[in-house]
Design a binder for this molecule. Structure first.
Ligand code: NDP
Length: 480
């Protein structure tokens, strides 16, 4: 069986304890490779390597660092097919999604931060008659990047690229559930000429190797994307060490549809915002609120389109939906479908596990599921399910839908469909979310701030926000 390795000090290596974990292929339910079950010894080795590398990396000119990161971007691009196939196999997502979203966005992340660091400037503040302040922005040192399984390389690179561009050395941990493309990245970095120890990739369990990263005193900042509970634990652990923290956490996003929207555009985008990546995108709109005038029309059209979505094995180019990421996750999503029924919800379509033909008969496939008839305050409408399950709720007024939209503990993103621009702006201002799309979904400009409010996180990623996070500001005053 193939074994993947850690990437520490510029070389692929086994975990020091010699232990491995099974890696399952979601589309077959079978183990297809083994990943290191690393621990704090591997983290210590990575920190030692990063400490040695930091003076070299941080003292390089910005142009030299930028060149290397551009080469990483090009390196992924030149191995596009390999990365796409690996991501799709490891995660269960359709190959078309990995080819159009995941891997191209990882390429863009490296390219964007490789080039934006060249234009990154710090501030100066003149005090009339007294002197001038200028702000130095220095890299932090060694930073930890921990990412989830839903958009594996995309979110891994979203953290690593700005951290490296700003001159830091990185100890990174991908999700143990989807380690493969992070494993491939080591080779690309080596070929790009990145000095040994600048980027160290350690595989293993969150509560073992992830915890060791969070607790290590020499790792001065943690950028984490994942569940709210894990984020809470990380915040509690890191706070006494005064680490810098960026936490991108869960969501329960509203998709608000008014009578006056462009119906066809809304319908096809809502299909994607509900079920892309099997609903496993933190930005999916899982609570769909529809104004009463078009509720029945929307329900009929939406249910028809959803029930015709092609569920297939990920390498099928015609697949619109692939497998969920793991058996425990499938079971969690199924438990929410059962809960929705207990809470009085009616399943309009979906709800059942799908068994494909061999060799995919044990894959983790689930029908896209649409439920109506639930109170906006019930658990199904308040807790993050993170799967192909959406609820429909009718509303009459703007005030009513705003109250329902803002009722959860989360505040990551929101989508508003309307032709009334004044209403759109009004709602965008009132809605409790870090990202709002009006008549669109998942449009990303890498320069814009990204993150959530309430239990969806702390801090912002993206553009200058990320470069600011990964640097320490030092103000210097000079007297005239
Ligand atoms: P988890 O919180 O379970 O895991 C995220 C990462 O943290 C994984 O690499 C995991 O390791 C690691 N981890 C787990 N426990 C610890 C710990 N004690 N210390 C340090 N690291 C730890 O999230 P999921 O992987 O299940 O991802 C799904 C969640 O991510 C959803 O809630 C989703 O909303 C959220 N998310 C948020 C986004 C945002 O931008 N706000 C974007 C994408 C997802 P391992 O899994 O290997 O054990």
């Amino acid at each position: 069986m193939e074994k993947i390795h850690n990437f520490i000090n510029g070389v692929y290596c086994e975990p020091k304890n010699g232990l491995y974990i099974d890696n399952y292929e979601p589309a077959t339910g079978k183990v297809y490779c083994l990943i290191p079950d690393s621990d704090e010894i591997d983290v210590q080795n990575a920190v030692n390597a990063a400490e040695k590398a930091f003076p070299i990396w941080s003292k390089m000119t910005i142009e030299q660092r930028s060149d290397i990161l551009v080469k990483v971007s090009k390196g992924i691009e030149s191995r596009m097919d390999e990365f796409v196939a690996a991501e799709s196999k490891d995660n269960g997502k359709p190959v078309s999604l990995a080819a159009h979203v995941d891997i191209p966005r990882a390429v863009s992340n490296f390219y964007f931060f490789a080039t934006s660091i060249i234009h990154f400037a710090s501030e100066s503040h003149a005090m009339e008659g007294e002197g001038i302040n200028y702000t130095l922005r220095k890299p932090i040192g060694i930073v930890g990047c921990i990412s989830p399984w839903n958009l594996p390389l995309y979110l891994f690179s979203w953290k690593i690229a700005p951290a490296l561009a700003a001159g830091n050395c990185v100890i990174a941990k991908p999700s143990e559930v989807t380690p493969y493309t992070a494993y491939l990245l080591g080779k690309v970095c080596e070929e790009a000429g990145m000095p040994a120890g600048v980027l160290n990739i350690i595989h293993g369990l969150g509560n073992r190797v992830g915890d060791a990263i969070v607790k290590h005193p020499k790792i001065k900042a943690i950028s984490f994307t994942g569940g709210t509970k894990t984020g809470e634990y990380i915040a509690r652990t890191a706070a006494p060490m005064f680490k810098k923290l960026s936490l991108e956490l869960g969501g329960k996003n509203p998709n608000i549809i008014f009578d006056d929207c462009d119906f066809d555009e809304m319908l096809s985008t809502t299909l994607r915002s509900s079920f892309a990546n099997q609903g496993q995108i933190c930005l999916c709109g899982s609570r769909i609120f529809v104004q009463k005038g078009i509720y029945e029309k929307f329900k009929t059209a939406f249910v028809d389109r959803v029930s015709n979505l092609k569920i297939s094995f990920p390498s099928d180019p015609k697949a619109k939906m692939g497998a969920l990421v793991s058996l425990p996750h499938l079971e969690k999503v199924q438990s929410y479908i059962a809960l929705a029924q207990e809470e009085g919800g009616k399943i309009l379509t979906g709800g059942k596990r799908v068994f494909l033909d061999a060799p995919h008969e044990n894959g983790y496939f689930l029908e896209p599921t649409v439920i109506e008839g639930l109170d906006y305050n019930c658990r199904t409408n308040q807790e993050e399910i993170f799967g192909p399950v959406v609820t429909l709720t009718p509303f009459e007024t703007e005030e009513e839908v705003l109250k329902m939209a803002n009722s959860t503990e989360y505040g990551l993103s929101a989508t508003i469909w309307t032709s009334d621009l004044r209403r759109a702006h009004r709602l965008a201002e009132e809605i409790q979310a870090g990202v709002v799309w009006i008549n669109a979904w998942l449009v990303r400009d890498l320069r814009t701030p990204f993150g959530g409010v309430k239990s969806s996180g702390v801090g912002r990623e993206g553009g200058l926000e990320a470069l600011r996070f990964f640097t320490e500001a030092k103000n210097v005053f000079v007297k005239y």
